[in-house]
Design a protein around this ligand. Structure first.
Ligand SMILES: NC(=O)c1ccc[n+]([C@@H]2O[C@H](COP(=O)([O-])OP(=O)(O)OC[C@H]3O[C@@H](n4cnc5c(N)ncnc54)[C@H](OP(=O)(O)O)[C@@H]3O)[C@@H](O)[C@H]2O)c1
Length: 437
């Protein structure tokens, strides 16, 4: 057994970094056996040397000198676990230039600067491993890039943001309002103090671009596809979806179709009996469909100290045995033939759930169905619960009107929504969600 250690420098000793340090300590022998050589944590870089840490490391290991560590010839692999994109990009580039391989959990960085970083790494004969950047502890990068290599992947449907999933689950299972569920997610540490990127769908979209890079060999910026989050979902949507046999989930999707690859992140009604609908709390899940293997499915912890560190340390073992170095240059090479076209947002085909708030009076329903009908949108079902009777001259009450459409395009539904907004009898928050059957 070769005994040359894999010499590691870790930038960041926060949530993920301390999990990595803990696993390297607790599973030292097991990891050495699996890697064929010791995994040696040589340096740890932090911003604030005075901060109390919840992992015990020899003081001599920890430094605040980033350059000293990146220039250290006795480091083989740099773990970028600092987060952010500006300094992190410089750190990764410098590490590659200095002849080091890189492991990162930073989806925002790879989404923004992946083309540059991957390109530079390949040119320099170096490797970037990033299992932890998508769905935390779920080994989805290995599954898509290695284990499914005999397949043309047909579709990916995934819950990739634990914060959104926690909020939607609390609204469904505990009857909480959106804002109460968000507050609880923050108290429990699932949501950041500023949860914008989680709840507006950006975080899930960044992760989707990484999966798409591996599964379909193309690099697509988040700005090129539809991304919407869960902030407009109200308890009535959760209960109406339930009445119709569905659960609302924030679904990141990539699907091959006639118009090309359709990508989106949007709140979606998923049939209650599907595993994705039953993935609750802060869990993540990914459903894949390969042309050879058929449908398959993985679920687990998408964030948190040890689950994310589990993926980071697996990358280190891959580096130590040389597996990562062999597969990296072939990642995202694309598929033979023309590059896949990206379907336009308007071409996205789905059934839709539409919730309007309408005045409860004659002709309203006819006006709404007329607008939808002129756009070729046919109705699958309608729910309008009775409003309380009003007497005399009192204004008509406003009631929710829930419409499920048959299959149509996002373009047709958006055009209809714009017309509906002009109706005087339609008021307030309007919600339009995709339906995954
Ligand atoms: N948290 C999760 O569950 C999770 C899951 C999947 C992926 N990720 C990704 O993993 C990465 C790390 O996340 P995290 O939650 O562990 O972050 P975190 O808790 O905020 O930790 C960041 C660490 O980086 C250090 N750091 C930041 N800027 C630095 C600089 N300029 N020089 C030296 N050290 C610096 C900080 O030092 P101080 O401690 O001294 O401030 C801290 O130890 C992010 O890219 C994140 O997106 C996180």
């Amino acid at each position: 057994m070769a005994e040359t250690p894999l010499r590691i420098a870790m930038i960041g000793l926060g949530t993920v970094g301390s999990g990595v340090a803990r696993i390297l300590q607790q599973h030292r022998e097991l990891l050495q056996q699996r890697a064929g050589r010791p995994l040696e944590l040589r340096r740890v870089v932090v911003r604030d040397l005075k901060k109390t840490r919840d992992v015990d490391l020899p003081g001599s290991l920890v430094t605040d000198s980033l350059t000293g560590v990146l220039d250290d010839p006795e480091v083989d692999v740099v773990l970028e676990l600092m987060g952010g994109t500006m300094t992190a990009r410089d750190v990764v580039l410098q590490a590659l230039e200095n002849g080091k391989d890189v492991v990162t959990a930073n989806k925002a960085l790879l989404c923004q600067a992946g083309d540059e970083l991957f390109g530079r790494a390949v040119k320099l004969g170096r490797t970037i491993a990033f299992e932890a950047a998508v769905a935390g502890g779920i080994p989805i990068i290995a599954a898509v890039s290695q284990s499914m290599s005999a397949n043309r992947i047909q579709s990916i449907q995934a819950i990739l943001n634990g914060t959104s999933n926690y909020i939607l689950s609390q609204m469904l299972l505990a009857g909480q309002s959106y804002s109460d569920a968000l507050g609880q997610a923050q108290e429990l540490g699932y949501a950041e103090a500023d949860p914008t990127l989680d709840i507006d769908g950006t975080d899930a979209a960044q992760k989707l671009t990484l999966l798409v890079r591996l599964a379909f060999g193309i690099s697509v910026p988040v700005s090129d596809f539809h991304v919407s989050g869960i902030d407009r979902i109200e308890p009535i949507d959760i209960s109406s979806a339930g009445e119709l046999g569905y659960t609302i989930k924030l679904i990141a999707q990539a699907r091959l179709g006639e118009a090309g690859l359709a990508l989106s992140v949007r709140p979606t009604l998923v049939r209650k009996d599907r595993p994705l609908a039953q993935t609750h709390g802060s869990l993540n899940a990914v459903a894949l469909d390969g042309d050879s293997v058929g449908p398959l499915w993985m679920s687990g912890r998408g964030a948190g100290s040890l689950p994310t560190a589990s993926a980071v340390v697996a990358d280190l073992v891959d580096m130590a045995v040389g597996r990562a170095q062999l597969t990296f240059p072939r990642l995202g090479l694309g598929t033979p033939g023309e590059p896949l076209p990206i379907a336009s947002r308007d071409e996205f085909v789905s059934r839709f759930y539409l919730r309007l708030t309408v005045e409860d009076r004659p002709h309203v329903m006819a006006d709404v169905t007329d607008i939808l009908g002129r756009r070729g949108i046919s109705l699958a079902s309608v729910i309008q619960h009775e409003a309380p009777e009003v007497s005399g001259d009192a204004a008509s009450p406003h009631v929710p009107l829930i419409i499920m459409t048959h299959r149509t395009t996002a373009g047709a539904i958006s055009a209809a929504e714009r017309e509906l907004d002009d109706l005087k009898t339609v008021r307030g928050n309007r919600v339009c969600l995709a339906v995954a059957d």
